[in-house]
Design a protein around this ligand. Structure first.
Ligand SMILES: NC(=O)c1ccc[n+]([C@@H]2O[C@H](COP(=O)([O-])OP(=O)(O)OC[C@H]3O[C@@H](n4cnc5c(N)ncnc54)[C@H](OP(=O)(O)O)[C@@H]3O)[C@@H](O)[C@H]2O)c1
Length: 327
């Protein structure tokens, strides 16, 4: 065997080894219950209360329900008191857990001191930073967005600033509380990003960029506080049938909020980022494998626009995109 042959065999073996390891790591994501088992008391062992932002409906409501079913008391927050009261009653009736309602608008400035005051006496073990806003479900180019200045403020305040204010929500404003949570060595923070943050995503540019912030912020925090025993994970769903996504019909790709949350909670120990369900993990992988040149062609962008417009016309009731109106 000459040197060239040896080199080729070594290269082939290395490539096979690389893909076998990749496949093994990927297979862990297919069986989260087996690879990342959670004890029955996992969530309650973190603390007594779970805080879920943006939880009067959709994914946030499903997280609040799921965590209450795990035995946690929950704090739910959104702009709309009547919807929150209804959710609080449903959670209380179904699970027997305590529910605290906070009416707030994360698009506004300076709401965090008031929230912190309402949270300061609670033993908070889990925070789901779920609230998020999508300026328009119908994809459009950045400069063609309706009320662009307002949209920028809303997205920055709601999707970005709320994440960075995590200290106020979770640790409390006072240093004493901050160190208490840090050094008691437990706690879970789940930050909801989006599958569209996986690549630069034209026609949802502002939203996708805000979700990239969520991911990087979350992953950086996890690296900083991992050794303190705090789990900080970013969850990046693709399609979930909610108001924000135009109540698309559920199927293998578009999940109901309840199914998505049930699945995503199984990944809570699976690292600093997950797409939260097998089909969304596969979608994330596919999206990153498609050449961007093809995705960004005018034909593709027009097709995406037409597809969403058609779907929205078929599905969305006139009130679909109204929010925070029946306070
Ligand atoms: N659905 C999807 O396909 C999908 C995909 C990827 C990522 N996500 C992300 O998942 C998260 C939840 O989305 P969703 O689909 O569940 O949305 P949703 O059904 O529209 O629910 C959003 C929740 O947040 C509340 N909310 C909205 N703006 C708020 C504000 N300014 N202040 C306080 N509360 C506010 C809403 O209640 P009020 O209107 O009553 O305030 C509602 O309870 C978001 O971060 C979103 O970006 C969703």
């Amino acid at each position: 065997m000459d040197l060239k042959e040896l080199f080729l065999i070594a290269l082939g073996t290395a490539v096979i080894f690389f893909y076998v390891v990749k496949l093994l790591l990927f297979s862990r994501m297919l069986f989260p219950k087996m690879w990342f088992p959670l004890s029955k008391s996992f969530f309650t062992s973190m603390g007594e209360w779970a805080v879920v932002t943006g939880s009067s409906e959709g994914i946030g409501r499903a997280y609040a329900f799921a965590l209450a079913k795990q035995g946690m008391n929950v704090v739910i927050m959104s702009r709309t008191k009547v919807k929150l009261d209804q959710v609080a009653k449903e959670i209380g009736d179904t699970t027997g857990q305590r529910v605290k309602v906070i009416v707030t608008d994360f698009m506004k400035d300076n709401v965090f001191s008031e929230i912190e005051d309402q949270l300061k006496d609670l033993n908070i073990g889990v925070l789901v930073n779920n609230v998020g806003t999508l300026p328009s479900f119908i994809p459009c180019k950045f400069l063609e967005s309706a009320e662009l200045d307002q949209a920028i403020t809303n997205v920055i305040n709601c999707n970005v600033k709320t994440m960075a204010k995590v200290r106020f929500l979770f640790f409390g404003k006072k240093k004493k509380n901050f160190f208490f949570y840090l050094y008691r060595g437990k706690g879970v923070i789940v930050n909801i990003s989006s599958g569209v943050a996986s690549i630069p995503f034209p026609l949802y540019t502002l939203y996708a960029a805000s979700k990239v912030f969520v991911e990087r912020f979350s992953q950086g925090l996890q690296a900083e506080y991992k050794d303190k025993g705090i789990i900080i994970q970013t969850v990046a769903p693709f399609g979930v049938s909610t108001r924000l996504a135009g109540y698309q019909s559920t199927n293998i790709v578009t999940l109901s909020p309840e199914d998505f949350v049930k699945s995503s909670l199984q990944y809570v120990r699976a690292g600093d980022k997950t797409h939260g369900s097998v089909c969304h993990i596969v979608l994330g992988w596919l999206l990153q494998s498609i050449p961007l040149k093809f995705l960004y062609s005018e034909l593709m962008l027009h097709s995406l626009q037409d597809y969403v417009k058609k779907k929205t016309a078929q599905k969305a009731p006139s009130s679909t995109f109204e929010s925070g109106k029946n306070k």
